[in-house]
Ligand binder design. Structure first.
Ligand code: 475
Length: 805
């Protein structure tokens, strides 16, 4: 868009008055932020309206991305960049004596996601808008996002995330587009004109009120929509009968119970508990989403028979899989379709991404629960299941009861959502090559056998706009200086950087930028934690959810081992390193929380030990979120991607670090494999068991952790230090971790990979000393990172799954 500095200044000053009732002199930071955000939204509005108008006219396929999580990050700066007016605003504000970054910092981040899955939804939304795909995000407007993490005495404590405390500057509430979602009650079946009629009675109604957030395409005048739904009572705000009796809690009970549906994001990553409230959240999202889509489709005048030609609904993992029975319900009960046609339309409309093979993350709902809260939906799932089992019986598995009950959607009083999603959709994809192969050959083998055509891979990607252009402006500008700005539109052109990987002048610039970003990070650490870190040490970062399979403990063991070596010989030649951890543990995940305490206890011990001459530092940075990630990625020298091979479906942090020039130390897991294939083995440090070996160990149970413990004295020492008072905690503090590794035979193979990990880390130590070589590796990583832009991933989804583009 076009706005000059003078116009911007005038608009901003006027906005301060109209929106906040203040002149610049009296305005505080919050006033300035809301004025600027509101002005930015005004600038966006014109494009938003035009985009919607064009999408209506164009008749192109509309893509609806259903996700329980959208982790979009702060929006002010990225919106200004997408509009192409960041510099003008920055200049204008400067003339007024204001600093854009300072204003932008005050924005509250919408933490509406746990980790990878939620951030992926955000990167995909960004790419759809930039590629001009008519894509809509559909999610929940949780009043409280992912908890804020504070570290107290080394322990994680959780606090409510009050991101809506003031207001959300970006959203537009659209009460007139609210829809009714029905829970509970019973279904009456009648017969009319030879057809069964299903009438849902005695249900409880909840209103789904949409709030729309603009998703601004990068300098292309396109603005897509992220629609977040909030639960409200239909009409009765409170009950006068109880109110008059002075029973205030009772008077408001209904309202509270209803609105609770969109109160809190479940804080578990890769874990499903089967809670009623979570089920209600899921149905709330899909029912309101599907109803609105059908309504707006009908307005276009086209026949619903053609629905799937104009609409794709993509479900982000199985969490929104009830979209399948919900669409069938609407088509049959409300639109008069017969089963076969409703089934065909639904299957062609829906596609599904699987994000994890971890058994504990697979959704299974108790039959009685679904029956009670979603009686009509349950009938439809039963019907799908019956027809599916019949199909199996009549085709491949006649007489094979075991096979059929293994594959059934309903078994053992449980509904298996992954099975429902596979049967009721036309596409299922994994998120990296290895992950998809494991789905096809192992986890979902039986389904692959009968529906091979449905399975495909779509390796994850990240938005290079947020994860390079926005978070590392200095690097972005040097890149453009050398290869021109074309990489911003076509990120694969970052490959042109390879030409300069041996250019000393370019490399020096890359080095200086890394140092600048490290200094910036070090300043934050000093200010917040009063810890001095050495910006000339290696910044070695592991930032992700805390989970046993991600193996933060392996990282910790390596640090303890280095520390032991230094205690033995304080003059040991170790390149100074700062080990940085960040990440949240699910509040009920005991071992993950112990791991946080372990990292902090180790930090306390090491950071205060003058004997090792500041060669090692260990930091745990609290409250990892998108904003912190934007500071961390550019400051990293080493990226830790050390999951147990086969367990990390893809990973996306690996791509973010790489794009900012960090060198990855990794197992050949998830997308690490594809990163290694791109950059070549000289530019990534690989260690550990291969997928085949891990699968072998799991299959044949050939692994005994006690043997490894007894054989490797370094490992034995470290392990013993967990429980012998070496760390400044009580002796049983880390018993859970200790037992999981020895008593429970180390399910995630930490001990097994320790030795090779230490070797790989020694290699890092050596390589970093060779500055020229290190920088060449760093440039190579940046150059190949364009392959992992979500633009490319989304193009593949659009072409190969959605049939749009
Ligand atoms: C994978 N979340 C990453 C990323 O594809 C992958 C599960 C249940 C309930 C709530 N959240 C979840 C996940 O399963 C998840 O985030 N999976 C992650 O998806 C994007 O890169 O490897 O672990």
């Amino acid at each position: 868009m076009r706005v000059n500095k003078d116009q911007f200044i005038e608009d901003f000053v006027n906005k301060l008055v109209s929106k906040r009732g203040k002149k610049i002199k009296e305005a505080n930071l919050l006033d300035k932020y809301y004025a600027l955000a509101s002005l930015t939204r005004d600038y966006i509005a014109e494009y938003w309206v035009n985009t919607n108008e064009r999408y209506l006219k164009d008749n192109k396929k509309q893509i609806y991305y259903f996700s329980m999580e959208f982790l979009i990050g702060k929006l002010l700066i990225s919106n200004l960049m997408s509009l192409g007016i960041k510099e003008v605003c920055e200049d204008g504000l400067k003339d007024l004596g204001l600093d854009l970054n300072e204003i932008a910092e005050i924005e509250k981040e919408p933490g509406l996601g746990n980790g990878g899955l939620g951030r992926l939804a955000a990167c995909f939304s960004d790419s759809m808008a930039t590629l001009g795909i008519p894509g809509y995000g559909v999610g929940i407007r949780y009043k409280y996002g992912l908890f804020q993490q504070k570290i107290m005495e080394g322990y994680q404590e959780e606090f409510p995330d009050q991101w809506l405390k003031y207001e959300n500057a970006w959203e537009i509430k659209r009460p007139s587009e609210s829809v009714e979602v029905k829970f509970g009650g019973n279904v009456i079946i009648t017969q009319k004109d030879n057809r069964l009629k299903f009438v849902h009675e005695n249900y409880e109604s909840i209103l789904a009120v949409p709030y729309d957030i603009p998703i601004v395409g990068y300098k292309n005048n396109i603005v897509n929509t992220l629609r977040l739904l909030s639960a409200e009572v239909m009409d009765k705000e409170f009950d006068y009968y109880h109110f008059n009796k002075g029973e205030y809690t009772k008077a408001f009970e209904d309202k509270y119970n209803t609105e609770a549906i969109s109160y809190v994001l479940y804080p578990d990553d890769s874990y499903e508990k089967g809670k009623i409230l979570r089920l209600k959240q899921e149905y709330f999202l899909v029912s309101s989403g599907v109803q609105s889509i059908v309504e707006s489709f009908k307005k276009s005048g086209k026949h619903l028979k053609e629905f799937y030609k104009y609409v794709s609904i993509h479900i982000n993992d199985t969490h929104p899989a009830l979209a399948i029975p919900e669409l069938i319900r609407i088509l049959i009960d409300e639109e008069g379709f017969g089963w076969d046609e409703a089934w065909k339309i639904t299957k062609h409309t829906i596609s599904y991404t699987n994000h994890t093979i971890m058994a504990e993350a697979l959704e299974k709902w108790n039959v009685d629960m679904i029956k009670k809260f979603l009686p009509r939906i349950f009938m439809i799932i039963e019907e799908i299941n019956e027809r599916f089992c019949k199909e199996l019986w009549n085709t491949k598995y006649n007489g094979d009861f075991d096979k059929i009950s293994e594959m059934a959607i309903i078994a053992d009083n449980q509904i298996k959502m992954a099975h429902l999603a596979i049967v009721g959709s036309h596409s299922i994809n994994g998120v990296a090559k290895l992950h998809t192969e494991i789905l096809k050959r192992k986890e979902l083998k039986e389904f692959y056998n009968i529906y091979p055509e449905k399975f495909n891979n779509k390796t994850n990607g990240i938005s290079h706009r947020r994860w390079l252009l926005k978070c590392n402006p200095k690097l972005a500008s040097v890149i453009s200086e050398y290869i021109g700005p074309s990489w911003i539109d076509s990120p694969e052109s970052l490959m042109n950087l390879l030409e300069f990987k041996k250019d000393p002048c370019f490399k020096e610039k890359i080095y200086k930028i890394k140092q600048y970003n490290k200094n910036k990070f070090a300043n934050m650490v000093k200010e917040k934690y009063s810890i001095e870190i050495n910006p000339n040490s290696i910044f070695d970062i592991q930032a992700k959810r805390i989970h046993e399979y991600k193996r933060q403990v392996l990282n910790v063991f390596h640090i303890m081992h280095l520390y032991n070596k230094l205690l033995e010989n304080p003059n040991l030649d170790i390149y100074p390193r700062t080990f940085i951890f960040a990440g949240k543990a699910a509040p009920g995940y005991y071992i993950a929380k112990e791991t946080i305490k372990l990292i902090n206890s180790l930090g306390k011990k090491i950071n205060n030990d003058y004997r090792i001459k500041d060669k090692l530092k260990v930091l745990f940075i609290e409250d990892y979120n998108i904003t912190l990630a934007e500071l961390l990625m550019p400051a990293a020298d080493v990226s830790e991607q050390i999951s147990t091979t086969t367990k990390e479906a893809s990973g996306t942090g690996n791509m973010k670090f790489m794009m900012n020039g960090a060198i990855t130390i990794a197992t050949l897991d998830g997308a690490n494999i594809e990163i290694a294939n791109e950059v070549g083995e000289d530019n990534i440090i690989i260690f550990g068991l291969k997928a085949k070996e891990v699968l072998e160990i799991y299959k044949n149970n050939t692994h005994n952790s006690i043997d490894i413990y007894n054989e490797d004295i370094r490992l034995k020492t470290v392990m013993d230090e967990l429980i012998n008072g070496f760390l400044p905690v009580s002796m049983d503090e880390f018993k859970g971790i200790y037992d999981s590794l020895l008593k429970d035979n180390d399910k995630y193979l930490v001990l097994k990979d320790f030795c090779d990990y230490v070797r790989a880390q020694e290699k890092i130590d050596k390589l970093y000393r060779n500055k020229s070589k290190w920088l060449e590796m760093s440039v190579t990583n940046i150059a190949y990172s364009g392959k992992f832009s979500s633009d490319k991933t989304i193009e593949e989804y659009a072409k190969e799954i959605w049939g749009a583009l």
